[in-house]
Design a protein around this ligand. Sequence first.
Ligand SMILES: Cc1cc2nc3c(=O)[nH]c(=O)nc-3n(C[C@H](O)[C@H](O)[C@H](O)COP(=O)(O)OP(=O)(O)OC[C@H]3O[C@@H](n4cnc5c(N)ncnc54)[C@H](O)[C@@H]3O)c2cc1C
Length: 289
Amino acid sequence: MKAPKFEYVRAGSRQQALELLDQHGEDGRILAGGQSLMPTLNMRLSQPGTLIDINKIADLSGITLENNVVRIGAMTRHVEVANSPIIAEHLPLIAEAMEHVAHHAVRNRGTIGGSVALADPAAEMPACVLALGATLIVESVKGRREIAADDYFQGLYETARESNELLVEISVPIEKPDDVSVFLELAQRHGDFAMAGLACVARISNRTFEDLRLVYFGSEDKPTIATGAMAAVVGQTWSAACKEAAADALTNDLDPMTNLQGSSEMKLHLQKVLTGRALDAAIERAEAA
Ligand SMILES: Cc1cc2nc3c(=O)[nH]c(=O)nc-3n(C[C@H](O)[C@H](O)[C@H](O)COP(=O)(O)OP(=O)(O)OC[C@H]3O[C@@H](n4cnc5c(N)ncnc54)[C@H](O)[C@@H]3O)c2cc1C
């Protein structure tokens, strides 16, 4: 199928993009890498009146480190995030997750901002920014707003960003030197969207979990913090019993959606298996550090 008719405007500046968003309201749609938007247009799953292309706005791209916070411009392409020495050194969770994001061709065009703006429940970056306690910076003609990742993801493709707001930056506090992180996912083929996956950040001392954040994706309608599983593990010395307690608690934390990728029961099972593997890996990484 071909895309429905739409108007196309290339914004020359951030201010112009904001004005266009304000002018077109619900009928306007930002075009970033186009790797999700263009397929949905071609399949007629969405029918915006005007596409607002932000590819030429230079100050929306780039990765910088300031005061222990990594600032990633929304238009930074997946490939730039994957190859960034700042990300490799300070945000190893994102570096590890990037290996699972799509295929080379998609990573060359797709942007981190597009991924976070879209909030696909099976995407890797939303889970990472939630696990790392990032802040999403959005702008509109009325000004700038900071949204904590905890408040940002609200449901299936639903976020706290308003339709007249442009996501401009993702600010991520660097991973603490004493922390370890692990990213795992299961997909039918490497690079496909996940059937199940998790992002894990932990502080471990003498095989005891002092702090832990577990965020699941690919099963719920949005990235989900597993508070029960975290509570079952924090303060405990890692053991087979602790692994089982985490898996049991996950039954209450998650209620996976049945879809073409698999049934709710199967996904819950996969998430439990991944949890054990991720926590094993966290212990190994802490011991090797
Ligand atoms: C074959 C294939 C496999 C893929 N596999 C994966 C995968 O495994 N994991 C994964 O995470 N993704 C995957 N993707 C999606 C890919 O990562 C996209 O790049 C990403 O989801 C969207 O980024 P984009 O820059 O292409 O955004 P676009 O497609 O341009 O936009 C997506 C949506 O976000 C909005 N938007 C974009 N940027 C902004 C902004 N700055 N402010 C406000 N709104 C904005 C757009 O209006 C649109 O609604 C895959 C895509 C393809 C085609």
